[in-house]
Write a protein that binds this ligand. Structure first.
Ligand SMILES: Cc1cc2nc3c(=O)[nH]c(=O)nc-3n(C[C@H](O)[C@H](O)[C@H](O)COP(=O)(O)OP(=O)(O)OC[C@H]3O[C@@H](n4cnc5c(N)ncnc54)[C@H](O)[C@@H]3O)c2cc1C
Length: 475
């Protein structure tokens, strides 16, 4: 009898899982599933302990879901990717696996691991790899001359044209393969234990509930509310998408159920949300076309000549939410506490580190990864390079966020700021954006730092630093 092995990686779900579905389409075969935790590799990738814990929680759920279908999920732990290949090859031999099924991952190390596996397994085991993690696979949306787009909007336009004619339907969970089996708890990961915010319960049922509720009740207001951190205006689905508890097809198809004409309604909240899903696709297509991005190289080479500063004290202030800029500090404290912050806040914090403190964007990129529940190399790198003006489609380097004005604009009443900075609870109205000015006028003492940098001066210095690096390149 044929034995099909499904290797679960970044696709911790049983519905709409292409590899699992394909393996189960042969009703006569024995189907097994495996997950290989690689904490040493994850640490090299700066995976946040809370994301590892989230993976583990979701793994337990997938194991139960598969067991109910009569499929055993074996969980094993190794050190790094090389060890995972050796162990998997040996497992295939021991279990007499005839075919291996998995969904592709697009990062450089993951692709090298899969190439290595191909060599180690040889011809004895047939391999079936699927493009499952994106709506449209990398390399399928190209310019007229067959190249990857370097600017987002034309990519999006081409993407939508292709999406309209592509089959992106979601797949059902596989049918049961017989009696349910007993589940053994997988060995715990050798990783510091970490709390996962209760707002993100594990399992695809929870993710699908959140998706449905969002598309039914809130997506219509998405365009108006998505930038307001005090409001629950976005989906909060990124942790699920990042570890594959939810697929982008499920997101798009649910959106289409609620808004069948979403592709044509370009001014709707639904389209605006789809646009964000396409940003996710853009950044993943980019890391395949430009693998150096995975190695944290800037897309715009001359920006490597910017004289970044080494300032441990300022970095620590940024990390701990003690810069004296309330919107930055509130956001960093939310990030440290929950592992999730709004897109607008990610942009503000990234801009502050790079453009106000002139600290290398890679240090911030790394710190975010170490904190984020939704950490994702492509999206995080793309976001940081955008904010630092070093990437494709980046904000031009002379566009620099003013953190006080950003706070006033996107948290006008300071509700978000007061939620995360209780020491500013007594500062009234929009005075909360410059608490030291208010405190001085009132003769009050606040248990809150003065701004660690003067924005106007920092801006001038950053412009000069970028300009010098650019000129250097021209000579
Ligand atoms: C500096 C910086 C770092 C970031 N790091 C990450 C990261 O590590 N992981 C991550 O998933 N997103 C990252 N983002 C993108 C974005 O901030 C988050 O995806 C979003 O805030 C998640 O919240 P949500 O699920 O409520 O998003 P929604 O607004 O509901 O959007 C739906 C989904 O679209 C995707 N998405 C939304 N915006 C973007 C974007 N700008 N780029 C790529 N995908 C997007 C996400 O998968 C998100 O869940 C980063 C952005 C910046 C500026």
């Amino acid at each position: 009898m044929a034995t099909h092995l499904v290797w679960l990686r970044n696709d911790l779900r049983i519905t709409d899982n292409k590899a699992l579905h394909a393996a189960c389409s042969d009703s006569n075969a024995k189907v097994l599933a495996v997950f290989i935790a690689s904490p040493a590799q994850w640490a090299k990738h700066d995976m946040a302990p809370r994301q590892a814990a989230f993976i583990y929680q979701n793994l337990l759920q997938v194991q139960r879901d598969l067991a109910a279908l009569g499929i055993e999920l074996i969980c094993h732990q190794v050190g790094d990717f090389a060890e995972s290949v050796t162990w998997l090859a040996d497992f295939c031999r021991r279990q007499r696996v005839t075919s291996l099924y998995y969904n592709r991952q697009y990062e450089v190390n993951e692709r090298l691991r899969d190439d290595l596996l191909e060599n180690v397994l040889g011809a004895d085991v047939a391999r079936y790899a699927f493009d499952d993690a994106l709506l449209l696979p990398p390399g399928s949306v190209l310019t007229g001359s067959g190249e990857m787009f370097k600017v987002y909007t034309p990519f999006r336009n081409a993407f939508i044209r292709r999406l309209a004619t592509s089959d992106v339907g979601s797949l059902p969970a596989p049918r049961s393969r017989g009696a349910a089996i007993d589940v053994e708890k997988p060995a715990p990961f050798d990783y510091p234990s970490a709390d996962v915010d209760a707002a993100y319960p594990a399992g695809e049922a929870a993710a699908l509930r959140r998706l449905t509720a969002f598309c039914r009740e809130r997506v219509a207001d998405y365009a108006a509310k998505r930038d307001l951190p005090a409001v629950d205006g976005t989906s909060g689905l990124s942790p699920y998408l990042a570890v594959g508890v939810l697929s982008p097809r499920q997101c798009f198809n649910r959106l289409r159920i609620e808004y069948p004409d979403v592709l044509e309604s370009v001014n709707s909240g639904a389209f605006c949300w789809l646009n964000e899903l396409i940003w996710r696709e853009f950044y993943r297509h980019l890391i395949v076309a430009f693998p150096l991005l995975c190695k944290h190289r800037p897309f715009i080479g001359w920006t490597d000549g910017v004289p970044w500063r080494s300032n441990e004290q300022a970095l620590l202030a940024w990390q701990t939410g003690a810069t004296g800029y309330p919107i930055v500090d509130a956001a960093m404290r939310q990030l440290n506490s929950t592992g999730w912050i709004h897109n607008r806040l990610r942009m503000i914090c990234a801009s502050f580190l790079v453009k106000d403190l002139l600290i290398d964007w890679r240090i911030g990129e790394r710190y975010f990864m170490q904190q984020l529940l939704d950490g994702d190399l492509a999206a995080n790198n793309g976001g940081w390079q955008w904010a630092a003006s070093t990437g494709t489609d980046a904000a031009p380097y002379f566009r620099i966020f003013n953190p006080t004005l950003q706070g006033k604009r996107f948290d006008p009443r300071g509700e978000f700021i007061r939620r995360w900075l209780p020491e500013l609870a007594g500062v009234p109205g929009d005075a909360v954006h410059q608490p030291y000015v208010w405190a001085q006028k009132q003769g009050e003492r606040l248990d809150y730092p003065l701004p660690i940098v003067e924005h106007g001066r920092a801006r001038t210095e950053t412009l000069a630093a970028f300009e010098a690096a650019r000129r250097l390149r021209q000579h």
